[in-house]
Design a protein around this ligand. Sequence first.
Ligand code: UGC
Length: 269
Amino acid sequence: MIVQTIPIPQALTLHPLPLSSSSFSPFGNVIANPSPSSTPQTTTVSSIAADPLLRSHGAISANQGTAIQYKQLGAHGLRNLYDQAPSGKVASGRITMFVCAARAEISTSPGAASKEEKEEAGRAKNSIPITILERHPFTTQTFIPLTANAKKQYLVVVAPSAPPGNPDAALPAPERNQNHLLPGRGLPDVAKLRAFIATGEQAVTYGAGTWHAPMVALGPAGTTVDFVVVQFANDVAVEDCQEVVLEGREEEGIRIEVGLPPRMEVARL
Ligand SMILES: NC(=O)N[C@@H](O)C(=O)O
């Protein structure tokens, strides 16, 4: 539900970076195969012991040696903090699906964009407006694209919380998380918005309370990116989802948008 309207102080164009675990760590987790070159056939107790990457992701040999199981995929696992929700209403785990229409397309061909491509991108105004941010204060939310295709892409737009103050004082938000990973109860700090380009080989978990824009699928017109979404909810609107409208002044060009590059290298973890 909409809880606030924030005036956009000045025009802002975000330049998205390839999504990676390290750049996204203040906001949540990137989930991807930590070591695509490792196969179940060649991964043994001793090869795991010798490989810091496998060890740091908690790799074990599973399914009678026919699988690798990674048990540690980031600090923001599934979190249910509804025991701190003022309504006291218990939450349940939910699995839903978002079928997201592609809203723009960028090329994934490696290499720098040519002068002509940059000019063309400028002319096409290849940008996505950001007009709303939302957070799920008491739960993590994981978006898992139903494709393992690096050519499928989506935009992840997130903001840290501003220091707490009057405007957010009445909003339900948790105070404690076992790993102290909460972003804080404040409204989004729009000047510090960040944008990332994710691929179909990456899933993303927003940490509990992380401000984020509604998912933006990328790709040719008429296509979709389908996501399985895993979170908790208790059906109390203000505890499940708090939305903030970002109010620009179109006539003065005061808006927030993500500028899409004509070409972008896609990154692994
Ligand atoms: N992220 C996104 O697209 N949507 C949500 O977080 C939602 O719960 O609606």
